[in-house]
Design a protein around this ligand. Structure first.
Ligand code: C5P
Length: 400
């Protein structure tokens, strides 16, 4: 499991020949699951192009402190708040001196001053410059401020000298960066979660829906992302903000939710069906508003697809987790659903207690056992659910 999964790394590149290795470093960080944003000093752009780093990181590269276009997207203060780690590789002797002085005369040094994120630097310079008392004194100042210093390595240098000052290899820098984080409970796992109600259109102004708020699913998405998972949230219409680090796909009807779920299921390790999917939809969607007339009217409904049962029946299926909100015989109905829908794990709860509330309790059911969780906030119960899920997932995959 990789502790860089879902972490935000701001990679600063300063001017030195080792900057060519920053391309490989970017690729390795992205491969390890990190989101990478690159910031380059002007000198760095003499050695490697912003375009290369943009292509490898998948994000716009920042080179200017005062850039109206960049500020309109992610401004420098926002950028300073964004990362979980600022990694400067290579870090030149000049840039180290600038950091020691606390200067803020370009975008990268400004970010270093403004951020609360941990900072690591990978120095790269000529052996004479490394050995110089000024550089060593500056490094002492940075270390005393809590910055991590990766390397440098000893060996042959681009200038022909031999000695200390070579930048560490990108693989070593990526590994040391990963060591700065705890591997989260769900690091490296890809999880899809369905959320909220669905709306089934009757006519241009009416629909059938239910009271699901989406709070349980969103709590799970927040906690799973914080534990290092890559989360896709397939959400029906809810009044909730998209959690950070979560990819949200908005859908309206059960049929749309099924299509998005099948796409996501092909690329995930775990599928969690929390959505209160409408069991039925109108057999026909009227193109014009239905006029009132007779004292009674009949609306013909047809059954919606069972999304989670469809996912669980796939030949190459993810670990499949369901929910059951019941009003009576909660555990019996839950156990029946676990078996009938061929789920790996199910959380049964009391619909009256949980619907729309910030708190909940649940009974976890799986083929060999059960456990009661809560009552507590949905965030707290979500953490308990994910811990159990991890345990059951590992057992099924022979890793426990
Ligand atoms: O059958 P019931 O709706 O009670 O089952 C609840 C579980 O099944 C939940 O996990 C829910 O997300 C899922 N479900 C579904 N598609 C449906 C109905 C329910 O995925 N059409």
């Amino acid at each position: 499991m990789n502790s860089l999964s879902n972490r935000r790394v701001l990679l600063g590149i300063t001017g030195g020949i080792a900057a060519y290795k920053s391309a490989e470093l970017t690729r390795l960080l992205v491969k390890a699951g990190a989101e990478v944003r690159v910031v380059m000093t002007h000198a760095a752009t003499q050695f490697i192009t912003a375009l290369t780093l943009q292509a490898l990181s998948g994000n716009r590269v920042h080179t200017e402190l005062l850039d109206a276009e960049a500020e309109a997207g992610m401004g420098h203060i926002e950028l300073a708040r964004w990362p979980d780690l600022i990694l400067i590789a290579p870090s030149s002797a000049n840039f180290i001196a600038k950091l020691a002085d606390g200067k803020a005369d370009d975008i990268l040094s400004t970010l270093v001053l403004a951020t609360k994120a941990p900072i690591a630097i990978a120095p790269a310079m000529n052996q004479g410059m490394w050995a110089n008392a000024a550089t060593q004194q500056n490094l002492g100042i940075l270390a005393a401020r809590g910055m991590k210093i990766f390397g440098p390595a000893s060996g042959e240098q681009a200038c022909g000298d031999v000695g200390l000052g070579r930048m560490l290899e990108p693989s070593e820098i990526a590994a040391l960066s990963a060591d700065m984080f705890d591997a989260g409970l769900l690091a490296g796992l890809r999880i899809a979660i369905t959320a909220g109600p669905t709306q089934e259109t009757i006519d241009p102004v009416r629909y059938i829906s239910n009271r699901s708020s989406g709070k349980m699913a969103y709590a799970l998405a927040i906690e799973a992302a914080a534990s290092g998972a890559q989360v896709t949230l397939i959400s029906g219409p809810v009044a909730l903000a998209t959690p950070e680090r979560v990819k949200r796909i908005d859908v309206v009807s059960a049929q749309q939710m099924l299509a998005a779920s099948l796409d996501a299921a092909a690329q995930c390790d775990i599928f969690i069906g929390v959505a209160a999917v409408a069991d039925y939809r109108p057999a026909q969607i009227e193109t014009q508003k239905i006029k009132k007339g007779a004292a009674t009217m009949t609306l013909e409904l047809v059954k919606n697809p069972d999304i989670i049962a469809t996912i669980a029946a796939l030949e190459k299926r993810p670990f499949t987790v369901g929910f059951a909100a019941e009003t009576i015989d909660i555990e019996r109905h839950g156990a029946d659903k676990l078996q009938r829908k061929r789920l790996d794990l199910l959380f049964a709860n009391d619909a009256n207690e949980t619907l729309g509330s910030d708190n909940t309790s649940a009974t976890a059911l799986w083929p060999q056992g059960s456990l009661s969780l809560g009552p507590a906030s949905k965030r707290r119960v979500a953490v308990q659910m994910l811990e159990l899920l991890r345990q059951q997932y590992d057992l099924k995959n022979g890793q426990a």
